[in-house]
Write a protein that binds this ligand. Structure first.
Ligand code: C2E
Ligand code: MG
Ligand code: MG
Length: 285
């Protein structure tokens, strides 16, 4: 109900005043309608995502990470695939879950599933899992990782937006880094915020974004930036891992710059765990 009240009668009020009231009522109704529609959409999205979590409508894939020279698989990045149709890439699922307020829950459920592979892979192999800052800030990772061989675990911080409070993020990471887990910053070179992440968090591993890797063999500007990050890595004791290597020329150019490890379609696509175990036995491509 939209109304206008006064303790005194006003005899001058006429239909024009009523029209003005109706305009205000329409504006208020429009605003409220938008809020109601957004809340309904959020509730619908939450229900879909709860189903995804409860019915495990996702499964991990493992993309091999190679040393470039000598070539060989040393670990795998766990990348999630969601089964509901139509297909949506994992980052879209995680963004939708964060918008619906259950992003942390979904990321943790997916991570638990991925970490199951640690017992199936040989001791010499590590697993790299992705985590957004809200998951890290949630403070539950140390408990999640209890009993796992943390020296075989890499946590990739995936965040393209600026981080508001690096002190809080460093504090949340400190106890898990102290017990041997390595920290990687994902997609470095993809934007300004990734530079802040490497300065503020001092990772053990810097993952070169595939935008920088693409055509690094022919693009002098990309080569210069990749070389600068390799120098940063040397100076700060961080390893450089290149993502999204698709051609031999890119791989050779990166290796010449001092990149020690890489992953990408040239070296192996994300695959099911059984195929990942098999690929350890086959010679490097
Ligand atoms: P990311 O962590 O940077 O993962 C690399 C993405 O590049 C993956 O896409 C991978 O399949 C793709 N890729 C690998 N090699 C190549 C290549 O040679 N060429 C091209 N064009 N692409 C390549 P994917 O699997 O679609 O994942 C997209 C993003 O979604 C990931 O980016 C990560 O941010 C997020 N994500 C995926 N799985 C998980 C997960 O389990 N947890 C969380 N929190 N995030 C995840
Ligand atoms: Mg990643
Ligand atoms: Mg990446």
């Amino acid at each position: 109900m939209f109304c206008c009240l006064s303790p005194f009668p006003n005899a001058t009020l006429n239909t024009r005043d009523l029209q003005v009231m109706r305009v205000f009522a329409d504006i208020a109704a429009h605003e409220i309608g938008q809020e109601v529609a957004a809340a309904e959409a959020r509730a619908r999205q939450q229900a879909v995502l709860r189903q995804v979590i409860e019915h495990r409508q996702f499964s991990p894939r493992y993309q091999p990470i190679h040393t470039l020279r000598p070539a060989g698989v040393v670990g795998f990045e766990a990348l999630c695939r969601f089964t509901p149709e139509p297909y949506r890439s994992p980052d879209k699922w995680f963004n939708a879950a964060h918008e619906a307020g259950i992003g942390v829950e979904l990321e943790l459920a997916v991570m638990r599933e991925a970490l199951g592979a640690l017992t199936q892979l040989p001791e010499r192999c590590f697993i790299s899992v992705n985590a957004s800052p809200p998951v890290i800030l949630g403070g539950t990772l140390l408990a999640e990782f209890a009993g796992l061989p943390l020296h075989r675990l890499v946590l990739e911080v995936t965040e393209h937006a600026p981080v508001a409070d690096y002190d809080a993020l460093r504090d949340a990471l400190a106890p898990i880094r102290a017990v041997g887990m390595r920290l990687a910053i994902d997609d470095v070179g993809a934007g300004y915020s990734s530079m802040q992440h490497i300065l503020q968090l001092r990772p053990d591993i810097i993952k070169l974004d595939m935008g920088l890797v693409r055509d690094v063999d022919t693009d002098p500007a990309k080569r210069a930036l990749a070389a600068a990050l390799c120098f940063f890595g040397q100076e700060t004791g961080a390893q450089i891992v290149a993502e999204g290597i698709e051609t031999l020329a890119e791989c050779q150019a990166l290796e010449a710059l001092g990149v020690c490890k890489g992953q990408g379609y040239l070296l192996g696509r994300p695959m099911e765990l059984a195929a990942a175990v098999r690929c350890l036995a086959s010679p490097p491509p």
